[in-house]
Design a protein around this ligand. Structure first.
Ligand SMILES: [Zn+2]
Length: 227
């Protein structure tokens, strides 16, 4: 996938660069469950299958523990070749789920990721100790990517030392960005930004003092190990 550069977005793909469009699993599961019961042939249901995407139970949009039936549909989506990763998955202190409920949903998604060999894209608002603890205990075979990393160098060092990728968007800490680049574990994303991935990469290349073309080449190299 030579043109892939944007690891996480909620926008339509840049026509020149492939991006991984992120979907909340609850929305897709509900659509698919609805389609099966009403024989609805809605083009929008399968529009996502034509692109590269990630799908996960987002802690902010998941209001109850998913049922076994939900996970069965989720696994059928995950097994699609267009699904490149599980995510957003993670912890958020504003979630309607309490911490131990979030933990259950997270662990189930990690297990599914390991089963299907799909990387995990993490959404973390609070819960930094938990992700480090989980990574130490599970030692996953599939790569983990913390998306939208804005924290500082010290936490970045702990995550990078475990081989966890950090993805940077429009806003970031320059020291953490530099460290991730040195580790060869830096990725780039648009997320909900209205800046293009090219503009974000341009700003990051300037902050790294690395030519844009070299940065693009380096990120593509990282991605080729990942996906
Ligand atoms: Zn996002």
């Amino acid at each position: 996938m030579d043109s892939l550069l944007d690891i996480h977005t909620h926008h339509d793909s840049d026509p020149l660069f492939t991006s991984i469009r992120s979907y909340h699993a609850g929305d897709l599961v509900a659509m698919i469950a609805g389609q099966h019961s009403s024989s609805l042939t809605d083009e929008s249901l399968y529009a996502f299958l034509n692109s590269c995407y990630s799908v996960g139970f987002h802690p902010m949009f998941t209001s109850g523990i998913p049922s076994q039936g939900d996970y069965d549909i989720f696994c059928s989506i995950i097994s699609d070749s267009g699904c490149l990763a599980i995510g957003e998955c993670g912890f958020d202190k504003r979630s309607a789920l309490n911490f131990s409920e979030q933990q259950k949903v997270v662990i189930r998604q990690i297990e599914i990721g390991e089963m299907y060999g799909k990387p995990i894209v993490w959404h973390i608002v609070g819960g930094w100790n938990e992700i480090l603890k989980l990574h130490k205990n599970i030692v996953p075979k599939t790569p983990w990517i913390v998306h939208g990393y804005r924290k500082g160098r010290e936490l970045a060092d702990q995550l990078l030392s475990r081989g966890i990728y950090l993805s940077f968007g429009e806003h970031y800490n320059i020291e953490a960005l530099r460290l991730a680049y040195q580790f060869g574990l830096m990725l780039s994303e648009t997320d909900e930004s209205f800046l293009s991935i090219r503009e974000i990469l341009f700003r990051q290349s300037r902050d790294l003092e690395v030519p844009l073309e070299k940065l693009i080449g380096d990120i593509r190299k990282s991605l080729s190990y990942l996906i």
